[in-house]
Design a protein around this ligand. Structure first.
Ligand code: ADP
Length: 549
């Protein structure tokens, strides 16, 4: 027996229609690529989305056509999310920090027809466009009269394009399972893999994103600064979730350094922010240097990689900001766990509570989670057993876009998606990611977690950043090598870092060598690039003391 409820498809256009109607006066503030500040409202944004949708129609963009974007976290990119997706086409957000051959690969794989591009990357794309024959037209995201001189194919100015159109649009209704967005994972091995999202998945996940227990922590009173790229997993769902709750947005554009972020947090009285640990290293360094405080900020949502204990403590104890940890990935549409504390955890003594905050939190509604051993047998949720985490849910990828080999390798016989992350789950549901399976260090048949070593190293006050990698060892198979960026001018030695580590880990976990570097390489999504580090240390040889062990 079927229920008697309206069969209204879940389409992303619903979200902006709602925002324009009921949160029309709420502001979106952007620190523009051009350097100045731009302010307007959800109602203004909506009109420009309508203009954009009309322009796409005039260009002959049809339902299902892929439209690429190469753009920062700005109001224009926000408009593209809806103008493209809402009209039935597919927004393909390209991460411009990928290697050029990966960018070419994903544009060709996606068959993007039009590309909307910030001025930052015009020159780069001029060099690549001949290898991207599917792109018929480039739209440059710049003010009228400010077009850069460019050889990009059929280049037009975004503002001129919008100015020529009507600011109303009749958003089409279609099947909610229609594709709306396409994101590629960075592809640390092999080619990037595409995840093709449906309208239904985006709307459902966006609604979940407005729950007060979701790591975004937003509602209609929030002023949110997403220090997150809109070209990375839907900007962690912010562009889809914020308009539902009528959250004021403060968008940093390309200005993601500590000083710029701190200025926006202060001037716009931001209450909640979100980003990867690398961003917060910069912010905390800036605050330390200037002695500035964060009087308005209440919550910092950290994900993408695990924040260190030192970072969680610094936010809370020095600035009164609660860290909410989250774990997620492209294939999950964004966050899969939330570190919002339950009441019983909130009341713990600080040191105990920090231990909870260091875990990735508990699975969000919408995800079934299991950990399994190498044979696929389910492991208990006892906080000890570590296995690969698999997930299933209405906004989890069901396959990779036109990539049978990758699909074959990533889904199990029950159709669950294998995250590639190794984790334990405690009896009260706390997920603890110990590593990406390929980053674990296998020493004498036992596993060492690189994430744990890094986080404990960061409890040393003079360690700014740390990365542990496996290096082949003649006796132990692999041993950990710790690469450290020391605080400039600090007198830090391998021995005193080892002493700090020894307080937390078993002796056999201690790195056989600790090397100091000025900088650690990062991936296109701001995480430590273990792949590059492993390459940099490909010729590394263990010191004699390690070989004698
Ligand atoms: P990319 O590889 O392009 O960065 P994703 O953003 O999809 O792609 O990366 C997802 C991966 O990031 C996860 O599988 C996990 O390994 C890592 N990750 C995300 N959040 C966390 C976290 N809070 N703690 C540890 N690892 C995390």
């Amino acid at each position: 027996m079927q229920g008697l409820i309206m069969d209204v498809p879940l389409l992303t256009s619903m979200i902006v229609k709602h925002a324009a109607a009921w949160h029309g006066d709420v502001e979106i503030v952007t620190h523009r690529v051009e350097g100045d500040m731009h302010r307007y409202t959800y109602a203004d944004a909506y009109k420009r989305m309508c203009r954009l949708a009309n322009a796409l129609k005039r260009m002959g963009i049809e339902q299902g056509d892929r439209v690429g974007t190469m753009a920062w976290t700005t109001y224009r990119h926000f408009e593209l999310y809806y103008g493209i997706g809402g009209s039935g086409a597919v927004i393909h957000t390209i991460n411009p920090r990928l290697f050029p051959d990966q960018i070419v690969y994903i544009i060709n794989h996606a068959k993007d027809r039009v590309m909307f591009i910030d001025t930052t990357w015009v020159e780069m794309m001029e060099g690549l466009q001949d290898q991207c024959p599917t792109i018929e037209k480039f739209v440059i995201l710049c003010d009228s009269g400010k077009m850069p001189k460019t050889s990009l194919r059929n280049a037009v100015c975004y503002e001129d394009l919008l100015a020529a159109e009507d600011d109303t649009f009749d958003w089409p209704e279609f099947d909610e399972k229609t594709a709306v967005a396409l994101c590629y994972t960075s592809g640390t091995t092999g080619n990037p893999k595409g995840v093709l999202y449906t309208h239904r998945a985006m709307v459902l996940h966006a609604i979940a994103g407005t729950s007060s227990d979701h790591p975004l922590c937003i509602d209609s009173r929030t002023i949110l600064l997403p220090a997150v790229s809109m070209f990375h997993v839907h900007g962690w769902m912010v562009p889809y979730a914020a308009p539902i709750s009528g959250t004021k947005l403060v968008l940093p554009g390309p200005h993601m350094h500590g000083d710029n972020i701190c200025r926006l947090l202060e001037e716009e009285k931001v209450t909640v922010t979100a980003g990867v640990p690398t961003i917060w290293i910069g912010v905390l360094e800036h605050l330390k240097k200037t002695g500035a405080k964060l009087p308005h900020l209440k919550i910092c949502n950290i994900g993408g990689s695990a924040p260190s204990l030192a970072m969680i403590k610094a936010f809370e104890e020095d600035y009164g900001v609660a860290v909410v940890h989250a774990w997620g990935m492209t294939e999950l549409s964004a966050a899969g766990t939330t570190g919002r504390l339950r009441q019983r955890h909130q009341d713990l003594p600080a040191d105990e509570r920090y231990k909870v905050q260091q875990t990735q939190g508990r699975p969000l509604f919408g995800f079934e989670v299991k950990i399994v051993d190498l044979d696929g047998t389910r492991l208990p949720h006892d906080g000890k057993a570590v296995g690969q985490m698999f997930v299933r849910g209405p906004w989890v990828a069901a396959a990779y876009f036109e990539d049978d080999a990758a699909t074959e390798a990533s889904f199990d016989a029950e159709g669950w998606f294998g995250t590639g992350d190794m984790a334990s789950i405690s009896p009260d549901g706390l997920v603890r990611v110990s590593d990406r399976s390929k980053d674990l260090i296998k020493s004498g048949g036992e596993w060492i977690s690189s994430i744990d070593l890094e986080n404990y190293a960061l409890t040393h006050p003079d360690v700014v950043e740390a990365a542990a990698i496996a290096v082949k060892h003649p006796k132990w198979e692999e041993r950990p090598l710790l690469v450290v960026v020391p605080r400039p001018g600090a007198e830090v030695t391998p021995d005193n870092i080892r002493a700090v580590l020894a307080e937390h880990v078993a002796k056999w976990w201690l790195p056989d060598d600790i090397v100091f570097v000025e900088e650690i390489p990062h991936t296109a999504t701001g995480k430590i690039s273990k792949k590059d580090l492993r390459e940099n240390f490909a010729d590394y040889r263990w010191p004699a003391a390690s070989l004698e062990k």
